[in-house]
Design a protein around this ligand. Structure first.
Ligand SMILES: [Zn+2]
Length: 662
């Protein structure tokens, strides 16, 4: 009995995440980062939101709520979406509270919630910009003014706070806001057939539906999804009602509704276009509706868009949105390394979307991208001390060119303490401290393990408590030891992800090796058996240093390779390798060695090897000369560090894609 399921293929049930409260992190990679968010990032960002950090761009976000609440008489300051910074921070706080009680932090959160409550208008409306600055102009420009976007973030915060504390105050405020929005927008006579210029509320309303069970919120989300891009175009109608020409003045001087993905109805979309963060949040909402309503047409649209993003328009780091102009996708295979936009929020959005795609259709290809993006394009957005942030995450940096060239002025060469547009810092905080949601998914009698991390998780399966413990120093070590504990024997399917990057994985159950050629189903080794207390699963994931080639269509990477070990992408930094990094040639036969350095950059595996660099003394100052028969190169040692750790030491150059030689 209890043998591995070899041929039986059961239809998967609806999957869900486990609660943050049900997973504890031990002393591993993600625990370090969760502790950083709890101890450093949240208090730091609270100061930033209250303008208590000297010499940084002003936030004014909390003050705006005080003004809207009538507590102080002052002027609104900031972007039209400034409220969303407070909402995302509050959501991040909620995840901390769900993980562990913290009365001091909860008191601060309650004060913020009181402020939000006072800033709400009697009809449920909640937005400090319009309340303070343009009270008569509510809902007149949902294309550009982010009212629905801010509402979405408020809803996410309220749902998270309710789930963490059981307290309804903010949830009630937010239901009143959602009811107000429902009275304004919808297909019914007299309502606006509008939808947000910046998606976000769609996914938030599905969260609200899940906690309240109120179908109205699901229906409104579906309306926003399906109305997008229909003709006559709502943004034209709205512009005319504002007294503007319908085709005049659009953001970034573009007049193209692909910017906010409203160029055609979403069900007809196959190629990711426009503002990358908007696209990610929209696709999340589409996936949510597809899951909740079993909508196959919408699921197919999500799958088409997924294939386009991840096979045509994504950097090796999981960064997306290659153009600063419009913060946007451009076209297939256009992925320049040194002008990339790759906003931290867009990578975060890709993680959100990948997680939903897993629940739409269990397949490790989604978890592979989720992992790639987490360890690389997301984590590069925050410094190791948690107090500095990148908005833009390029894959090649020459600081002087970023300082002096107009077309690189979006690139900061060191992380910043805060931003006038501070969407990324609280976004990364809420993702890191909710990472527990991304480790497993469960159905009634199946559990999927997506992310390897030292942790203990509790599940209720078939009315029984099951504990799954992972012991590992992943992503640095190749071994993951898993133990299953249960009071009585319990039968369930345990799907263990075998990462796509891993060419040699070995899995055993209680010492007996599993034949992965038969047990692997859509990237998961599926073990269907009766589990007994203290059953052991051992996983070995071979992590040789890999040279990664790029599709020849990626012309910016022609003749170059990137270094990857496990899920981690590496880069060269000036501090280790000198200047003019693009001149370095890594011979194909040069051996690359991986070594853990616990003192460097919080503890990382570094990669070292022999490489070549031009001997400049032979150039005598010439700008051009005929090539010599002899190579004018000298041998050097290179040292690569994880991409996410760059710019935590001395400022300088950085390079991911390295010239390959023979
Ligand atoms: Zn951002």
């Amino acid at each position: 009995m209890n043998n591995v399921n070899k041929n039986k293929s059961k239809k998967s049930e609806k999957l869900s995440s486990i609660n943050i409260a049900n997973i504890r992190f031990n002393d591993g990679f993600w625990n370090q980062r969760i502790q950083l968010v709890r101890n450093e990032v949240i208090p730091y960002q609270w100061k930033a939101l209250n303008d208590q950090i000297p010499d940084v761009e002003k936030s004014h976000a909390i003050e705006n709520f005080r003004i809207a609440a009538g507590i102080v008489d002052s002027k609104f300051y900031g972007k039209v979406f400034q409220d969303s910074d407070v909402a995302k921070w509050l959501e991040a706080v909620s995840y901390i509270l769900e993980y562990k009680k913290n009365p001091e932090l909860e008191n601060i959160a309650n004060e913020v919630i009181d402020l939000i409550t006072k800033a709400q208008q009697s009809d449920g409306y909640l937005n400090t910009y319009f309340t303070v600055v343009k009270p008569g102009k509510r809902w007149t420009n949902v294309r550009d003014c982010h009212e629905l976007y801010c509402a979405g973030h408020m809803i996410e915060a309220a749902v998270a706070y309710y789930q963490a504390t059981g307290k309804r105050k903010l949830l009630d405020v937010i239901c009143k806001l959602a009811d107000h929005i429902d009275s304004i927008f919808g297909p019914e006579e007299g309502k606006k057939r509008g939808y947000p210029g910046h998606s976000e509320i769609e996914l938030a309303l599905v969260k609200l539906f899940k906690v309240t069970k109120n179908e109205k919120y699901l229906k409104l989300s579906k309306f926003f999804i399906d109305e997008r891009g229909q003709q006559p175009h709502f943004f034209d109608i709205e512009a005319v009602e504002r007294g503007e020409s319908e085709k005049k003045h659009y953001v970034f001087n573009l007049f193209d509704y692909s910017y906010n993905q409203s160029h055609v109805p979403v069900r007809e979309q196959s190629v990711a276009v426009g503002h990358a963060v908007r696209a990610m949040y929209l696709y999340c909402g589409m996936a949510d509706i597809a899951i909740e309503t079993s909508d196959e047409e919408l699921r197919d649209a999500c799958k088409r868009l997924w294939e386009n993003v991840t096979k045509r328009q994504m950097y090796i780091t999981g960064g997306i949105g290659s153009s600063a102009y419009g913060e946007a996708f451009t076209f297939d295979y256009d992925l320049p390394n040194d002008t990339a936009y790759t906003e931290t929020c867009a990578a975060i959005g890709l993680v959100f979307w990948a997680h939903r795609m897993l629940h739409l259709e269990i397949n490790a290809k989604y978890a592979d991208i989720m992992e790639r993006t987490l360890y690389n394009g997301v984590l590069s957005g925050i410094s190791l001390d948690g107090k500095k942030y990148f908005y833009v995450n390029p894959l090649e940096v020459w600081p002087e060119s970023c300082d002096k060239r107009y077309d690189k002025k979006h690139i900061e060469t060191t992380r910043q303490q805060w931003f006038g547009c501070a969407c990324c810092p609280p976004n990364i905080a809420r993702l890191i401290d909710s990472i527990g949601k991304y480790v497993y998914s469960k159905g009634n009698n199946e559990v999927y393990l997506h992310l390897y991390t030292d942790s203990i998780a509790e599940f209720n399966l078939l009315d029984q408590k099951v504990t799954i413990t992972q012991n590992t120093n992943y992503p640095w070590d190749e071994e993951v030891n898993i133990s299953i504990n249960c009071e009585k024997p319990v039968e369930f399917t345990f799907g263990i992800r075998i990462p796509g990057w891993c060419k040699n994985a070995v899995l055993s159950v209680n010492g007996k090796a599993l034949d992965l050629s038969t047990a692997l189903e859509k990237g998961y080794a599926k073990i269907d058996r009766v589990w007994n207390n203290d059953d052991r699963v051992k996983l070995f994931l071979s992590m040789p240093v890999e040279r990664i080639d790029a599709n020849p269509e990626l012309r910016n990477n022609s003749g170059k390779i990137a270094i990857q070990r496990g899920p981690v992408i590496y880069c060269l930094e000036e501090v280790d390798n000198g200047t003019n990094l693009p001149d370095i040639i890594l011979p194909a036969r040069s051996e690359l060695n991986a070594e853990y350095d616990k003192k460097l950059l919080g503890g990382v595996v570094t990669i070292t090897g022999d490489a070549l660099k031009t001997d400049l003394t032979l150039w005598k100052g010439d700008l051009y000369k005929p090539i010599d028969i002899e190579y004018n190169t000298e041998k050097i040692k290179i040292k690569a560090v994880p991409y996410y750790t760059w710019s935590n030491r001395k400022p300088g150059e950085m390079l991911v894609w390295i010239r390959e030689g023979c």
